[in-house]
Ligand binder design. Structure first.
Ligand code: HEC
Length: 171
């Protein structure tokens, strides 16, 4: 009798335990699924970018070290000197806007200011050839401009700045 009761109790206990156990496992599985979904969601972009990067790197690594250029084929961008890339020389105005205006729209370090007739006529008296050489190679407080513009462009820029200051430096 008592043994029978004991078995019944332990069976009940077993069932309760199994229920709890299944419940806990269920919750753990649910949490795992949620975590997997969250992980997928948050790393989706990263994975894609990484994959792209990997693909790019692989293609680069697989490229031969040297390449033969067939006659007439365009030179690779990196091998073209700055001057050749520009098909036609920039106008005086363009050069002034791009390069010279940084210093010449003000009296910066005694630069002849655009519009300052007196300053420009003093400089103009040296002659355009001298001014061109000075601007190209550097003069006094002005660093050489030859690296950023061709001599022709610098000449045009000087003519433009002088003209804006009502000074004729010739051509
Ligand atoms: C970093 C500032 C700066 C830039 C950029 C600059 N200049 Fe000058 N420039 C000066 C200064 C400063 C002087 C005065 C130099 C002196 O007399 O010591 C000067 C003087 C000159 C003179 C007179 C030179 C002489 O013999 O008296 C000319 C011409 C001139 N610049 C042209 C140009 C042109 C053209 C450009 C653009 C391509 C240019 N500069 C860009 C600062 C600059």
């Amino acid at each position: 009798m008592s043994a029978e009761r004991g078995t019944a109790v332990s069976r009940e206990q077993d069932q309760a335990f199994i229920k709890t156990f299944i419940g806990v496992i269920g919750i753990l599985v649910a949490i795992t699924i949620v975590l997997i979904i969250i992980a997928n969601f948050t790393t989706e972009g990263v994975d894609q970018e990484y994959g792209q990067l990997q693909a790019e790197r692989t293609t680069k690594r697989l490229q031969p070290i040297g390449q033969v250029r067939v006659t007439g084929e365009a030179m690779p961008e990196i091998a073209q000197p700055q001057q050749q890339k520009q098909s036609k020389p920039r106008s005086g105005k363009e050069v002034v806007q791009a390069i010279c205006s940084g210093c010449h729209t003000t009296n910066f370090q005694n630069a002849p200011q655009i519009g300052d007739t007196k300053a420009w006529s003093e400089r103009a008296s040296k002659g355009l050839d001298t001014l061109e050489k000075h601007a190209s190679q550097g003069f006094g407080n002005m660093p050489a401009q030859g690296g950023s513009a061709s001599d022709k462009e610098i000449r045009e820029a000087i003519i433009y700045m002088a003209k804006q200051s009502d000074v004729d430096v010739g051509k």
